[in-house]
Ligand binder design. Structure first.
Ligand code: TMP
Length: 238
């Protein structure tokens, strides 16, 4: 099934062709990047933890009626997915203020919003993923109005599902990033959902349980990711 040809090498994952033109194998590597690839380090077991974390979340979303690219996990660090035509726009949902929003608007870290905030960013490391509006996405042909509407609707539905699930295990889902693609005319969730692409704060202690531990050099990165996985009932196989 695995053809073995490398199609694409991202900062943390590699995508390989299979003998089926409609599927890819995603390999989750230990590489951990921050600041759009300015800092890259290897964190032992991260590939395995994120692959198995992502498999769990994609399964949860599928069970809740969200169409994703995920088909099945193949090994500790690899998964079979549908091959999407990726849309180069990152969808971010925020429930509380953190990260670039705090820097950009000067609002206080942790500020709660009455309603989740939805933002779009262009996926472009060289430009540091600039924030865009739906008008830019339409003007440059990155996505149509209908597609953008679907991406926003799916992102907010995913936020409701995941906010609820993380709150059951004592974590606040502060924000997260999603990427979507086209599959036979439909908008489908692609990429991954792992602690690399979201912020999770412990409700009891306020401790950061996500990639901010790496960005801010707090240490215990994989220990935190594994703790979240364990609370979700995932047993990480290495
Ligand atoms: P930000 O605060 O840096 O804009 O990020 C918001 C959330 O989205 C945070 O959980 C990190 C995630 N994110 C990524 O994982 N990759 C990205 O390229 C961007 C822009 C955000």
């Amino acid at each position: 099934m695995v053809d073995g040809t490398l199609l694409y090498q991202g900062k943390a994952k590699s995508a390989y062709l299979t003998d089926d033109p409609d599927t890819l194998v995603l390999a989750f590597r230990d590489d951990t990047s921050a600041f759009d690839g300015e800092v890259i380090e290897q964190l032992a077991h991260k590939g395995a933890v994120n692959n198995q974390f992502n498999a769990y979340i994609m399964g949860l979303l599928h069970d809740a009626g969200i169409e994703t690219h995920f088909i099945q996990r193949l090994s500790a660090t690899t998964s079979l997915v549908r091959r999407l035509e990726m849309i180069p726009v990152e969808c971010v949902v925020r429930n509380r203020a953190a990260g670039s929003l705090v820097k950009r608007l000067g609002v206080e870290l942790g500020t709660h919003f009455e309603e989740p905030l939805f933002e779009l960013f262009l996926k472009n490391d060289a430009l540091h993923d600039p924030m865009i509006t739906e008008h830019h996405a339409k003007a440059f042909g990155w996505a149509s109005s209908t597609e953008l509407h679907t991406m926003m609707d799916l992102s907010l539905r995913i936020n409701a599902i995941l906010t609820h699930r993380f709150s059951e295990i004592g974590l606040d889902l502060i924000d997260f990033k999603l990427e979507f693609g086209r599959y036979h005319g439909r908008i489908v969730l692609g990429d991954e959902f792992s602690p690399d692409g979201c912020r999770l704060w412990d409700q009891a202690t306020g401790e950061k349980m996500d990639k901010d531990r790496f960005r801010q050099r707090l240490g215990g990165v994989i220990e935190a990711y594994t703790d979240v996985a364990t609370r979700l009932g995932i047993t990480i196989e290495s």
